[in-house]
Design a protein around this ligand. Sequence first.
Ligand SMILES: [Fe+2]
Length: 97
Amino acid sequence: MEKQALIDLLNRDLADEHAAIIRYLVHGWMEGEDTPLGASLISISRDEMWHMHWLGMIIGELGGEPNFTPAPYPYYPTSRATMLKSYVEYDEKLIPH
Ligand SMILES: [Fe+2]
């Protein structure tokens, strides 16, 4: 694989991690930082920040420029059920990738 192709793939992952950070933060705050689910979602967002950091470091080491545009992500503010269902659907699409 050529270096630029690898950088492009890593940047795609970076955009997904960025979207995950936003999604977990928004849903965590919606749920409430003082609730078990909200606190858990915000905690998961911190893991995603590390993933984004690692990808950005690798992209930089390869001589690439990190993409700071987040990937599209589902946003379902109507209820817990639709919100949590969106996580399952979103992650199922990421598994093959
Ligand atoms: Fe991640």
